[in-house]
Design a protein around this ligand. Structure first.
Ligand code: ADP
Length: 315
């Protein structure tokens, strides 16, 4: 039916190599790495195979070119990524705290990513798109939220499918209008990919079983629940549940695990794999990605994931 498309932020990410609190003192940093939750998602999708495309914007600068080069190398169609000569590519700094938490500094609000618009290239891409994946993080930018709403209409009008990863960081607050947009997308999605308490938040009720039942009642057709180092599960409306293997890995950099999980799951499902098989690839993609520093540096091709699955112990 056409490519898997996502819309949203493309960033350059700089990562602290020491653990500690915040960015108020000098510290060793590495990067820039290509990043942005939707960009990580679609890069992993492209690596698995099947058509993938991104709607976004970068500045006319090295951070933008870094991202465009990587996405293209991963097989992602970037014809609908605008190059904005007036605004820089967004950036993010991340540092891991000793307690395992993360501090982020985002420079997105004044970046090209926060000025998406519905261009002729976006219209052309969406007129042939088969699936739209929506990241909650992208909804925090009003311009992206508007493009996403229109893209969702376009893909639905063609009989395409929709997936939603709530992915809303505490640093990225949603106003009431965006919350409403988010709820509308959840109501209309075929596949929801929440992690942790996002399941209950999306459903608006407490308890895993209650939340899942509520979402199925609202029309969601498939739920892939991410549980970090504990693995993941897929729930289907007929009551079936599949559990992913919890791969045992050395976690170097957890950023991007959920996005790689989602990219692999959506790509595998769209290639026709059943939920159980797609879930194994998705869990492998998430686990493999945390073993490498940089948000999308550990994204794997299907062959790389096969090697990972064959060679990695499970809990
Ligand atoms: P998010 O980044 O959205 O919070 P998770 O951290 O739950 O997502 O990661 C997504 C998936 O990647 C998990 O459900 C799991 O399958 C895999 N994963 C993530 N971290 C690890 C880890 N430390 N060990 C093994 N698998 C992991």
């Amino acid at each position: 039916l056409g490519p898997t498309v996502t819309v949203g932020e493309i960033l350059a990410e700089i990562v602290a190599t020491t653990r500690g609190d915040g960015f108020r003192a000098a510290q060793p940093l590495v990067g820039p790495y290509p990043s942005g939750a939707p960009a990580i998602f679609i890069a992993q999708c492209g690596r698995i195979g099947g058509a993938a495309a991104m709607v976004g914007a970068v500045g006319d600068d090295d951070f933008g070119r870094l991202n465009l080069d990587r996405l293209a190398a991963d097989g992602v169609d970037v014809s609908a990524v605008a190059i904005d000569p007036e605004h820089p590519t967004g950036s993010a700094f991340v540092r891991y705290r000793a307690d395992g938490g993360r501090d982020f500094v985002y420079n997105i609000a004044r970046s090209a990513a926060a000025r998406l618009s519905w261009t002729g290239a976006v219209a052309a891409l969406m007129s042939g798109a088969g699936h739209l994946h929506v990241m909650g993080s992208a909804l925090s930018m009003p311009s992206a939220a508007a493009v996403i709403a229109r893209a969702a209409e376009a893909v639905r009008a063609r009989g395409g499918t929709l997936s939603v990863d709530p992915n809303i960081r505490k640093e990225l607050r949603l106003d009431a209008e965006t919350e409403a947009r988010f709820a509308a997308l959840v109501d209309r999605c075929d596949l929801l990919l929440p992690s942790g308490d996002e399941l209950e938040r999306a459903a608006g009720v407490d308890g895993e079983a209650e939340a899942i039942a509520r979402l199925f009642a609202r029309g969601v057709a498939e739920i892939a629940l991410k549980r970090g180092a504990d693995g993941a599960s897929v729930f289907l409306p007929d009551g079936t549940r599949h559990d992913a293997p919890a791969f045992v890995v050395d976690e170097i950099d957890p950023t991007g695990a959920g996005d790689c999980f989602g990219g692999a799951y959506v790509a595998c499902r769209r290639l026709g794999m059943d939920p159980d098989r797609a879930l194994t690839y998705a869990a492998a993609a998430g686990a493999r990605n945390v073993t490498v520093r940089g948000p999308m540096e550990g994204a794997g091709s299907r062959a790389e994931l096969d090697t990972f699955i064959a060679g990695t112990p499970r809990r």
